[in-house]
Ligand binder design. Structure first.
Ligand code: IVH
Length: 731
């Protein structure tokens, strides 16, 4: 550092502190109290100022700066971390009788010690532990196997309800455990977007939350809008999770108090119990001696503690709480799959101890998936962008888990056959952790005598073409890809979607409009649209009412976005073509492997299948796609329009020392994860293949590589190298 930069540093430090405090406060008010103290514009301005200062003075940038909320870092790998105290799981049951047993057993074990329980929601998400030192978040780790988890700190910092810096009073060194959940509304919006982008939607909010925490791109994690629900405070220096403090003195003080809890079981953060129990809880470690108080103390530290916890004194109160939430859970903004009951007095945990995996002082009651039976009125058949037919059950509307269910997928012809669905049947519909209702069977008690199997369509419901069902495929498809309207519009939608060509000013409605007018019949037509054609284009709803029309400005925006799409890199253009089974990742691998469209077109099925993540089935689809003259003409038109059909190596490649070399990677490595080592090969100009063939140059062998791989490599004379050999080649 030179002499002069020191002069600037003090004002910069001050301004950084000032901005940090302001932004922290705005964030806090926004996420904890639903209060906007500044406009988004002003907020962004301050955030940008802070980011710029941090860029100029990297030494002054705190790992817990508000700029970390928006992400921007890349997680290279997720370091494995051993938990200071194991993250235990809970014994769980679907049976209320077992909860009655648990309560009786606990009461017996504690004898005449006065104690209470807390009942709280069992959040359906991903468990993590957050370590705070001197009020600063220092580490976030997933539960993993309970002993060892993944360090996901950078992604955790993007979750707005995880405080990066604590307020109020807090222990100097402690851990807060809780569940990262994906609220329903955000999850649905996200899945919707995924589908629009041509990505596979997530099955449920839990899977999506788990996937989000393992994202390499922290900015993408920030966009996911996850939430943190704390459920446990670990105070290593006071008590471990098991408790280290002697419980007996508390036992003397606490006499079981006969008292009734006040109010309903759902009053926010309700403290039931009697004063005797409560006074008792204040002994020993003051406000940290009961679970209830520990959880409450988190609020003033800046955590968003769910307000539904209740202190219960006896089994009746526990039952009441369970019954209430079994119905009411559907009105919560996030998923719960049960209720957790814990002994409230921390000092008693030690006394009660542990079983093999879980504490004896807590238990989870799990809710059953809700199931209803409702008549199947008819089956509709939807046609997807690739021609796949999906049968959908139209049901007599029925209330289930917080929403009215009218439709549910019947997946494909095989599914209908396996379920043996007959005409006039009632279907059993279930909603578990998923928000999408599932058909789980036929309600045989409602089957009419002599009911016949439901007929399956033989022709496309949209264009009338005879459907095809390839050998070994579970579903049918319409082969009329160039003449079947939903397939054409579906392909157009996929082509313009964000992860493909990203022409966002052309939404579904506009595309449909352009298609109906005959202006855009295939993806290449998009590039010959003119301003005159666009201006004044109108769309109508079903009743014939005019809904929207494109004005001059709208037309200019569309044309600008189309022009900009000509810079989209080859891998995304390849994805945008919509070749069956070629997703975003597959397209990237293919593009990097072959380098340009001509080499890809010339590749044999075998070569295609050797690319990582491209199986034989996909290889055949790719091969067939490029064997079709119509597709070749389409690609020529896209080329003429100026789209990119060649990989820009400089965008990801750092060297070409491995140029022309093909690697197969197998086993476990010490310095890299397998994905990292593959990325490294590509960065250095090499290719990665999924299987060993005559074209493989090296088998990069880690620990625990299977013997067949070695045998095959030896047979074909492929060089087998170690991680060290590899490093020697590239470094
Ligand atoms: S307490 C020793 N409370 O359920 C106590 N767990 O099988 C540790 N969970 O891994 C857990 N909501 O991921 C607790 N309110 C809650 C919870 C909860 C969800 C999860 C947690 C844990 C699993 C227990």
């Amino acid at each position: 550092m030179d002499l002069f930069s020191n002069i600037d540093i003090e004002p910069a430090r001050q301004r950084i502190d000032e901005l940090t405090e302001l932004l922290d406060r705005y964030n806090y008010e926004y996420y904890m109290n639903d209060r906007s103290l500044v406009s988004d514009f002003e907020f962004d301005k301050l955030l940008r100022e802070l980011a710029e200062l941090e860029r100029q003075h990297p030494d002054l940038a705190s790992p817990n700066s508000p700029t970390k909320r928006v992400g921007g870092e890349v997680n290279k790998s997720f370091r494995q971390v051993t938990h200071r105290f194991p993250m235990l799981s809970l014994g769980n049951t679907y049976s209320i009788d077992e909860i009655v047993d648990f309560e009786a057993r606990t009461r017996k074990l504690l004898g005449d010690t006065a104690f209470s329980y807390t009942c709280e929601l069992k959040y359906d998400g991903v468990a993590i532990g957050l370590t705070y030192k001197h009020g600063q978040l220092v580490q976030a780790v997933t539960r993993g196997n309970g002993s060892v988890g993944d360090d996901i700190t950078a992604n955790a910092r993007t979750i707005p309800t995880i405080p990066l810096r604590l307020r109020g009073n807090y222990p100097d060194d402690f851990e807060v455990r809780g569940e990262v959940v994906y609220p329903f509304a955000e999850f649905e919006a996200f899945n919707h977007q995924r589908e629009a982008d041509g990505d596979e939607p997530f099955a449920n909010p839990r899977n999506a939350a788990s996937g989000s925490l393992k994202l390499q791109d922290t900015a993408e994690c920030a966009r996911r809008k996850l939430q943190f629900c704390p459920y446990f405070v670990m105070l290593p220096q006071v008590n471990g999770e098991l408790g280290t403090e002697s419980a007996t003195h508390l036992g003397l003080i606490l006499r079981f108090a006969i008292g009734t809890a006040t109010g309903s079981p759902f009053t926010p953060l309700e403290r039931g119990g009697s004063d005797a129990v409560r006074e008792g809880s204040k002994t020993g470690n003051g406000e940290y001696s009961t679970h209830f108080d520990r959880m409450q103390s988190l609020i003033q530290m800046g955590f968003k503690v769910q307000p539904y916890m209740k202190e219960c004194l006896n089994i009746n109160e526990i039952r009441e709480y369970i019954d209430y939430w079994d119905n009411e859970r559907w009105n919560l903004p996030f998923g719960t799959d049960g209720i957790v009951i814990k002994v409230n007095q921390v000092a008693l945990w030690d006394l009660l101890g542990l079983t093999a995996k879980s504490p004896r002082w807590a238990i989870a009651f799990k809710f059953k998936a809700q199931q209803v039976s409702t008549p199947l009125e008819s089956i509709s058949f939807q046609v997807g962008r690739t021609g796949i037919i999906t049968p959908v059950a139209n049901l007599t509307p029925v209330w289930l888990g917080g929403t009215t269910v009218k439709r549910a997928t019947l997946v494909n012809a095989d599914f209908i056959e396996k379920m043996d669905i007959r005409e006039g049947d009632s279907l059993l519909i279930e909603k578990g952790g998923e928000i999408i209702p599932k058909v789980v069977g036929v309600d045989l008690s409602n089957r009419k005598a002599g009911a016949q199997p439901v007929p399956y369509i033989t022709n496309c419901p949209e264009c009338g073409t005879r459907l095809v069902r390839a050998d070994g495929e579970a579903g049918h498809y319409c082969p009329n890809s160039d003449g079947c309207p939903p397939q054409i519009v579906g392909r157009l939608e996929h082509f313009v979607s964000r992860k493909a060509m990203n022409i966002d000013s052309l939404g579904s409605e506009r595309l449909e409009m352009l298609y109906k007018k005959g202006l855009v019949m295939d993806i290449a037509d998009i590039y010959s649209l003119t301003r005159e054609q666009l201006i004044g284009l109108e769309s109508y709803d079903e009743s014939g009412q005019r809904r929207a029309s494109i004005q001059e400005k709208g037309a200019d925006n569309i044309l600008a976005a189309i022009e900009k799409s000509k810079e989209v890199p080859f891998e995304r253009v390849l994805f945008a073509l919509g070749i069956r089974y070629v997703g975003e990742v597959g397209a990237k691998k293919l593009a990097r492997h072959f380098g340009d469209i001509d080499t890809l077109i010339a590749a044999s099925e075998e070569e295609l299948a050797s690319v990582e993540d491209v199986g034989e089935k996909t290889a055949k689809f790719i091969y067939d796609y490029f064997s079709d003259l119509r597709h070749m003409q389409l690609i020529q038109r896209l080329r003429d329009a100026g789209l990119v059909f060649k990989v820009d190596k400089s965008s990801y490649q750092q060297s070409d020392v491995l140029q022309g070399k093909t690697f197969v990677v197998s086993g476990v490595f010490s310095r890299f994860s397998r994905d990292e080592i593959k990325a490294d090969i590509e960065k250095n100009g090499g290719k990665v293949s999924g299987s060993i063939s005559g074209k493989t140059d090296y088998l990069l062998a880690g620990d625990k590589m299977g013997p067949e791989k070695r045998k095959k490599a030896e047979k074909l004379g492929v060089a087998i190298i170690s991680e060290e050999d590899y490093l020697g080649m590239v470094r």
